[in-house]
Write a protein that binds this ligand. Structure first.
Ligand code: ADP
Length: 177
């Protein structure tokens, strides 16, 4: 995001974030409600660089953010080395594992790879402020919330595309790095 290029439109975070109304829902992980197999399916059927972690699908309360590559590496390592980690193992991002049935396979604890304080803005934050934060903090993505509930995500590319659209240029003709 070039500092020279001023962002002078009155767009809000909610106008730039994904998913758009017609898109599939935001792909999230829950902090202790998914199995290794379910996480693998989510990662393999989407191409996103990262996934917000929420308390539960119902609450959509943000807990953290994990990168796709860290998830893949950790699951792969665990399957190779960690005794007993199988597709049915629970993936746990919480501090303390919730009680499990005695015959359940050992959980895969992944709190260590989660960013516990991902940057967030609220849905009505003006985009000039969000762009400023991206520049100053060198962000690649930022999450969008409303009343504490996770609504969406904005990546650096989303901002560049939005800027290009605002400037009435063809977004696909712009080379992103
Ligand atoms: P980039 O924007 O750099 O290509 P991604 O591959 O992570 O980064 O994201 C591709 C698109 O999908 C972006 O428009 C982004 O807003 C959106 N996106 C990113 N992560 C998620 C997610 N977990 N669920 C739904 N959409 C996402």
């Amino acid at each position: 995001l070039e500092p020279k290029e001023e962002f002078e439109h009155s767009s809000l975070a909610v106008d730039v974030m994904r998913p758009r109304r017609s898109d599939p829902a935001l792909a999230v992980l829950t902090q202790d409600g998914m199995t290794v197999g379910e996480v693998e399916t989510l990662v393999e059927t989407t191409h996103y660089s990262g996934f917000p972690v929420v308390i539960s699908q119902e609450s959509q309360r943000l807990v953290g953010f994990v990168f796709r590559r860290d998830l893949l590496i950790s699951i792969d390592n665990a399957r190779k080395r960690q005794e007993g980690v199988v597709s049915a193992s629970k993936v746990v991002f919480t501090d303390h594992a919730s009680s499990q049935p005695p015959d359940a396979p050992p959980p895969l604890r992944l709190r260590g790879i989660m960013d516990l304080s991902p940057f967030t803005v609220t849905d009505l934050t003006p985009m000039d402020i969000t762009v400023d934060i991206f520049r100053k903090l060198g962000l690649r993505q930022c999450l969008v919330t409303h009343n504490g509930r996770l609504l969406g995500i904005i990546t650096k590319k989303d901002i560049l595309k939005h800027m290009a659209q605002m400037a009435n240029r063809d977004p696909d003709s712009i080379l992103f790095n």
